[in-house]
Ligand binder design. Structure first.
Ligand SMILES: CCCCCCCC/C=C\CCCCCCCC(=O)SCCNC(=O)CCNC(=O)[C@H](O)C(C)(C)COP(=O)(O)OP(=O)(O)OC[C@H]1O[C@@H](n2cnc3c(N)ncnc32)[C@H](O)[C@@H]1OP(=O)(O)O
Ligand SMILES: CCCCCCCCCCCCCC(=O)OC[C@@H](O)COP(=O)(O)O
Length: 276
């Protein structure tokens, strides 16, 4: 008899808990799939507009892509609070580095994307159907992360194109998505690029998504994202041998801002800023 009650009570507590769990996982995946479908739909609509207006692969298409993507935040209840936009107002090219938390970052990217700016992306993105096509039309630069020697030679070519075509380049120096509530160590490519092109670096920091978006907890609700565009880092006087220091400086500055924007107490780390 007693065992029967234990069983009943366990079920009364366990079954609703299980259902809530299933429905929240379902809701999370439903939202992520909706996001992907919306990306595919909007890029299918934007591609002909890009082709008709600008004819082919050009950075000018980024204005069209930006206009399309900026409508998406309303669907997912996201709001951006942007500070420091004036720091983007520099003549000529620069390297922009920012933290990368999720596929949702495309909305935050397009929210503040300056004119004549292309991104560095993993080459797999090229094959993502109409999304791949739209990134191609916008002039995104693809790198093969498994062949870093090729990636470096592509980046060297980009340095030349930046000055020739007056391009800004957006790099995610963590090199991959990271939703851990901290920054990953930075790769050095972006900093080599700035030095080779002799252009300043502009760090951009987005606050942590973890309060409203967390893959592990199947959490995805609306929220506010704080964005700060930091003053440019001048590279005059920096030599190849100083790249590690430059990377370090930028990493720690961005990490400090990341914690401040995310409302978390800053915890210094001993680990090296750049990956080995
Ligand atoms: C209309 C609706 C549409 C809706 C859809 C929306 C579409 C929106 C459209 C458009 C938006 C597109 C947005 C795309 C976003 C995608 C994001 C991603 O894909 S993130 C992944 C790829 N990104 C990266 O990986 C970062 C770049 N990576 C680097 O810069 C790396 O540094 C890299 C690949 C060049 C090398 O990586 P290593 O793993 O080898 O690591 P290291 O530590 O950096 O380098 C090793 C050694 O090589 C030297 N090195 C690196 N780069 C060098 C260089 N350029 N020259 C000389 N030496 C270099 C370093 O100093 C280091 O040497 P020592 O260890 O210090 O001795
Ligand atoms: C064939 C249909 C495919 C549909 C896919 C639609 C998805 C839309 C996503 C918008 C662009 C997302 C770009 C992005 O954020 O890529 C992730 C990489 O930065 C990091 O890669 P990873 O974490 O190392 O896998």
């Amino acid at each position: 008899m007693d065992l029967w009650w234990v069983f009943l009570y366990t079920m009364v507590i366990f079954v609703p808990f299980l259902l809530i769990q299933i429905s929240s996982t379902f809701k999370f995946h439903f939202k992520i799939i909706s996001y992907c479908i919306l990306c595919v739909t909007l890029s299918t609509l934007a591609a002909p507009v890009c082709l008709l207006k600008n004819g082919g692969r050009t950075v000018d298409n980024m204005r069209i892509i930006r206009a399309f993507v900026r409508t998406m935040k309303y669907v997912f209840g996201l709001r951006y609070e942007v500070k420091g936009l004036e720091n983007f107002r520099i003549d000529g090219p620069c390297v922009i580095v920012s933290n990368h938390q999720s596929v949702l970052d495309m909305m935050g990217l397009m929210e503040i994307l300056p004119d004549r700016c292309v991104q560095i992306a993993k080459r797999e993105l090229m094959f993502a159907g109409s999304v791949g096509l739209i990134t191609y039309l916008g002039g995104v630069i693809y790198i093969n992360r498994k062949q870093t020697r090729d990636a470096k030679s592509i980046m060297a070519g980009v340095a030349r194109a930046m000055t020739d075509d007056n391009l800004k380049v957006w790099v995610y120096p963590e090199g991959t998505r990271n939703n851990s509530g901290d920054l990953l160590p930075f790769k050095k490519g972006a900093f080599h690029l700035a030095l080779q092109a002799k252009v300043p670096i502009i760090p951009v920091v987005y606050s942590s998504y973890t309060s409203f978006y967390d893959r592990k907890k199947s959490l995805f609700s609306g929220g506010i994202i704080k964005v700060e565009i930091l003053p440019k880092i001048d590279i005059s006087g920096v030599k190849e041998a100083d790249i590690a220091d430059l990377t370090d400086r930028c990493f720690h500055e961005m990490r400090r801002v990341f914690f401040r924007l995310s409302g978390k107490p800053y915890t210094p780390i001993k680990q090296n800023a750049s990956s080995k």
